[in-house]
Design a protein around this ligand. Sequence first.
Ligand code: FAD
Length: 486
Amino acid sequence: GHVDQQCDVLVLGGGPGGYSAAFRAADLGLNVVLVERYATLGGVCLNVGCIPSKALLHVAAVMDEVGHMADLGVDFGKPVVNIDKLRGYKEKVIGKLTGGLAAMAKMRKVTVVRGYGAFVSPNHVQVEETTGTSQEKTGNTTTIGFQKCIIAAGSQAVRLPFMPEDPRVVDSTGALALKEVPKRMLILGGGIIGLEMGTVYSTLGARLDVVEMLDGLMQGADRDLVKVWQKMNAHRFDNIMLKTKTVAAKATDAGIEVTFAPAEEGGQVPAPQTYDLVLQAVGRSPNGKKIAADKAGVSVSDRGFIPVDVQMRTNVPHIFAIGDIVGQPMLAHKAVHEAHVAAEVIAGELKGDKDLAAAAFDARVIPSVAYTDPEVAWVGLTEEQAKAQGIKVSKGLFPWSASGRAIANGRDEGFTKLLFDEETHRIVGGGIVGTHAGDMIGEIALAIEMGADAVDIGKTIHPHPTLGESIGMAAEAAHGSCTDLP
Ligand code: FAD
């Protein structure tokens, strides 16, 4: 058939995976086309994910902090929220970042094609052009030929089949739209996304319920970290329903009436409840089945994931895939690192550079952060995982009640924990709960990547008085020579 343009690399999807791959490939001298159905680059992360959620969480954290300040001797009074202005602030943050991406694409001469892309052959993608702020189709199509392709089409929120179509039932995108603050809000799914959005709405005045199938909130993190968060956040919740399923819901004038059932036989059945807003945050499903991957011969799993090797290569050697669409953890920093690997392998192969062509994803660890208040951050093995894998670990723990800085901040509820392999003495994991935990977890990730032991970390001079100092202190605690600097 007719081919409108030809490129070295076609990148399908303009999220953190897609734009990072496109930029790296262009920097390595390749001719790149980036296909994105929405008006702006940045994908879920910049438009309806990481960034807008953090803009709102920042505001919520300041509001909560101001609330505590009366105890410290300064009373600011009750905050007055202008929700339109707050929404405007969030939009401005997004606009700054997506505008920056558009400028960077232009600077690198990456051709951005706006539309919905799908494979028509192993070397061609057809794009149905879209326009406006959504995915309205213009009726025009473009066919683009490529030598190599990187699939970065991401994921979207899972919808429970029995949830009514109603403006009072939203996913994270709907919650971030911040239309109004409900009186009673149900969060379906006690993971990071649900709890972050819950934090924002509760600070703005909503009462929260949360329902979770498993036996604890914030799965993936060690329970001792989560316990501190839960204690500090108990005031936000009316009901925390664990080991509980949502089985039915109906829209009434009074709200969304939701019915629950125990996740295990013999469990307790919570009474049905009526909510002004229900947030579905029960996970995200990959977009693998929506790009006609079969036309290119690319394998897609039943759940819509695209299997890849360590070079991010699919079963079709010249087609790669990265980001949420290749598997867990669905995190932006994972997508970006995978993107660089795929772009480098491709550039190496097209330009005959063996070193570049040998690039591979070999990160030992990928950190996770819940940007709640306090934050919960973890990386590498948790205590539970070490136990399950039969790895004996020694633990170094530093409670923030002994940190001068945390006490001065009036926020000493946190702690820093490091886990060392008893045989090799190298650090294998760590977790932090407390303010700014997310900003500090990178140091522990670096220590794991570099194979540091407790002495390396403990003898590294950290500035005093900082929260980051707690990492050095935890390492010292692990090898039993705790200094007494508060
Ligand atoms: P996406 O960001 O999903 O991008 C895929 C892009 O492809 C989209 O722009 C989509 O429009 C486009 N696309 C899809 N199909 C087609 C097609 N056929 N044709 C053209 N274009 C197409 N991660 C973190 O690391 N930290 C956080 O704090 C964080 N917070 C989050 C908060 C929320 C509320 C949510 C929902 C997610 C959050 N995430 C966070 C996860 C993060 O957003 C994702 O891991 C990340 O965006 C994945 O990047 P990606 O490039 O794989 O896919």
